[in-house]
Design a protein around this ligand. Sequence first.
Ligand code: ADP
Ligand code: MG
Length: 674
Amino acid sequence: MFRGRGIALKLALIFVVAGVVPMATLGFVGYRLARDSMTETSTEFFVQRVAVDTANNLDVIATNKREATRLLAWSTPLRDNVYELLGSAEGSARHDAALSLIRADLNNWVDVLGTVDLLAIVRPDGTISATNSRARPTRTGFFADTPPGQPRNLWDREDSNPLAGYSVANRVWWPKTAEHEVILIDSHREPLVIESYGYPRFLDEDVDKVERDRIKNPEAYTFAFAVGIPNPPGIDEAGGPISSQATLVAFHNWTAIQDHLDAVNESFAHHERYHSAYTFLFAYDANTIIAHYYRRLYDGKLVEDHGLADFRDAMVKARDRTGTYRYVYRKEKISGFAPVDSTGWEVGFGINVEDFNGPVVRLRNLIIGWSLGVAALIVVLVAFFSPRITRPIRELIAQAREIARGNLDARVAIDSHDEVQELGASFNAMAEELKESNKKLIEAEKRAAWQEMARQVAHEIKNPLTPIKLSAQLIEKAWRDEHPDFERILRDGVRNIVSQSDSLRQIAADFSDFASFPKRNLEPQRLLPLVESVVQLYSNREETGVEVSVEALAGADVEVKVDANELRRVFINLFNNALEAMPEGGRLTVSLLPLEDDEGRAVIDIRVKDTGCGIAPELTERLFEPYFTTRSSGTGLGLAIARKTIEGYGGTISLQSAVGEGTSVCITLPIHLG
Ligand code: ADP
Ligand code: MG
């Protein structure tokens, strides 16, 4: 796209660097800042706040249950009836009446509280003397035979409580009930409740999913409060007016806790960003999972099952305080944690880090996409506009090349209304000036050439005119004086005049040849007869004193492609030059020899050799220049014309000479091969 468009490429680079790089850098830095500040500050604050809120709410719920338990234990009817029950013999009418009243009271409370599974009156020796006989109204019906909300008895016969006489003295929490007014029993899975409600008993590895969900249903879990039941008012015993006659143990159903965690989960479940958030609850050991959005994680251990010992340590270290912890559990997560004051449980609230990073990641992607888009747009725009920007420049380049090639009429047409247009205008002006001065130069050269020519012509013509005039005057004088030798004088004079006239004609012919480039008529010609026909003209040996001969070697009778008259004139000039070099007579030899030239072409080599005066070697190249002559009557054009003619046939001509020995002109012509 940018080939031969250096300017366009540079423009694109400038725009991309100037526009996209700062934007991308700013975006990247902004992205880092936003990501760090959001995850480090807001996220930590957020997860901590939710953990604290949840812990506070659980604290309220637990306190509620505890106070409800205390309220029941301290209520007057229960204190009186328990006093009555424990003070009467088993099987007596008083005993049965008290038991019946207590049972009715407890059943009533189970209904009223709604979330308690079992209310048990426990004697100081740890044996159970009374419980409710009505089942907690279940909501799901998962474990109940009756539809949700309908009252149901735990046993068929109310008066035969299977739990009566059952001892809890072996429970780890039992001794503590003697020491404290109220204690939390974190039993979680209480066999008494499991038996009474028919909850599944064991958790094998082998159980299928349905069975596991039954076991790990929050409804099958409990937390309990144990409260001492004071003596009835006015009864003063050794322990004082409120010393316990028995203990009320209230097993609250775990749904009260899990429901609240689920409510927190639910509040985030549909949030577009925080839907991955979930809550969980650890026992006081900060290790055992006692509530979780995922029920299957119930009873799991943070350290042993999930390898998050650091998380446990962080919570233990921050004991009674809130904090955050980052960890990887499938995905990178951050959790806030906070203790439930009244129970010592640890609440956790976790969220996937990517949820928080989502917007900043989108911001980053937006920046990347935007940068790429802008870069692409710039490239497209530059690709689109660069021809408009560079076309005038390329036009300038093209026209400058035209001028360099010699076309001075080259002009640029630029309509860009900018500096390039100015450049184009001055280019055109420059071209115009160049053309103008070139024209003047040519005219000056022409004028100089014609002046030179005229001077030469005048000079050449003047030379023969003098002897003609002298001869004519001589004849006239002899005739007037009636000279006795008049006849000879007349003959000599006329001969001179004729010869000088011939010379004039020759001068005229040479000039006209040189100036007019007569039209050539190239045709294959046999060379040997042509040479012989010229030699014929010079055969009058008495007149010239020169012996002319032709030597043709074997294979020299070849054809050449030439203009016969033109080539003949070349030879005439060469022969004339030779005769003029041998005024006292001599020998003129023409030899023909077929050869191969340097390039392997078949050529015929023609040598015209005389035994004349010769010429100094340093002059030999200059002889071929026009107007170079050593003769007063010469034009100096003969050899110049000869060279132009021979080279026009694709041949060569050269001259070797030795002063006093003679001269040899060497011509080669390509052989015409049919
Ligand atoms: P011109 O014959 O009018 O002088 P040419 O071009 O024919 O002009 O020859 C140029 C010059 O070259 C001659 O003046 C002469 O000095 C020299 N020249 C040419 N041919 C010969 C030759 N065969 N021997 C000696 N000099 C020669
Ligand atoms: Mg000549």
